[in-house]
Design a protein around this ligand. Structure first.
Ligand SMILES: NC(=O)c1ccc[n+]([C@@H]2O[C@H](COP(=O)([O-])OP(=O)(O)OC[C@H]3O[C@@H](n4cnc5c(N)ncnc54)[C@H](OP(=O)(O)O)[C@@H]3O)[C@@H](O)[C@H]2O)c1
Length: 270
């Protein structure tokens, strides 16, 4: 049997990079997508030097045509995609005064449309073959609109709902759809001064995601459990308690922002 092919978007750093290494060491041939060509090339070479198979194709996931071309190049090199991990994402604080609409647009383009385009590029093939796995990397921030992170939380909530609908629609087509919602992971997207609550390493997150793939899990996956529990509680609190707990965030005009910062896993950290 030939080794399965997994494509990972956002493979140039953080969770995506760690997952590419994890899957390659588990026998997957990995397709690597992100904008930073040099970082992808180094990663592909590192995997190859350890006897693995990797192919890098640089693209912006928000550029539908470029992404489609990149995934086409990966399929030409490695074969049909068995697993698509739509992981590329950005986390930019949401501001109120002035409204940073350009940042909000970019967040939605990358975090939402990037996921849609990644799925679009592989889904027809998966349906035709009657098998495949789609893995959307969302966040525990999907479960509560948090001050200072409205756009990020909304983008991840959109991913959750989109993937959920797909999962039900694809039940009888052999395509599993997993929505992975990590808490804080130590990567460049969470540039906090001190460790975030229940923070885990990119490698630990990658191992969890690799298990989701190995088990062909279809459904929602949240980790680590203490942070999942905390977000579940925060989601049920009245607004005034949420504001006391996590602060007002940079949504408030300058001078009103609370020093407590943000509690949105994967977002800019306030
Ligand atoms: N770290 C956390 O606490 C945390 C928690 C929950 C969820 N997440 C989610 O996990 C995913 C990975 O984030 P991370 O924590 O690993 O952060 P990261 O280290 O900043 O990685 C983000 C990756 O996405 C890629 N990317 C960003 N914009 C892109 C674009 N327009 N086109 C193609 N690739 C793009 C980046 O590569 P290039 O810059 O080379 O394009 C990079 O490889 C994100 O979806 C994030 O929301 C993170």
């Amino acid at each position: 049997m030939t080794a399965p092919v997994a494509v990972i978007t956002g493979a140039s750093s953080g969770i995506g990079r760690a997952l590419a290494l994890e899957l390659a060491s588990g026998g997957y041939r990995v397709g690597l997508v992100a904008r930073r060509r040099e970082a992808l090339r180094e990663l592909a070479e590192g995997i190859a030097s350890r006897g693995g198979a990797a192919f890098a194709a640089a693209a912006d996931v928000a550029d539908r045509e470029a992404l489609c071309e990149a995934i086409g190049a990966i399929e030409a090199a490695l074969g049909p995609v068995d697993v698509m991990v739509a992981n590329a994402g950005v986390g930019v604080p949401t501001r109120l005064d002035p409204l940073n609409v350009r940042d909000v647009e970019e967040t939605f383009r990358v975090n939402v449309l990037g996921v849609v385009y990644s799925i679009e590029a592989v889904l027809p093939g998966m349906i035709a073959r009657g098998r495949g796995q789609l893995v959307a990397i969302s966040s525990l921030a999907a479960f509560k609109g948090l001050p200072g992170e409205s756009a990020y939380c909304a983008s991840k909530a959109a991913v959750n709902a989109y993937a959920e609908g797909l999962r039900i629609a694809l039940r009888k087509k052999g395509v599993a759809v997993a929505t992975v919602c990590p808490g804080f992971v130590a990567t460049s997207i969470t540039p906090m001064d001190s460790a975030a609550p229940f923070e885990i390493s990119a490698e630990a997150a990658a191992r969890r995601i690799a298990r989701v793939i190995a088990r062909r899990k279809s459904g929602l996956v949240r980790f680590p459990w203490p942070m999942a529990l905390l977000m579940g509680l925060i989601a049920r609190l009245p607004d005034r308690l949420v504001a006391r707990l996590v602060g007002h965030g940079p949504e408030m005009p300058a001078g009103h922002a609370d020093a407590a910062g943000s509690l949105a896993p994967g977002a800019g950290g306030g």
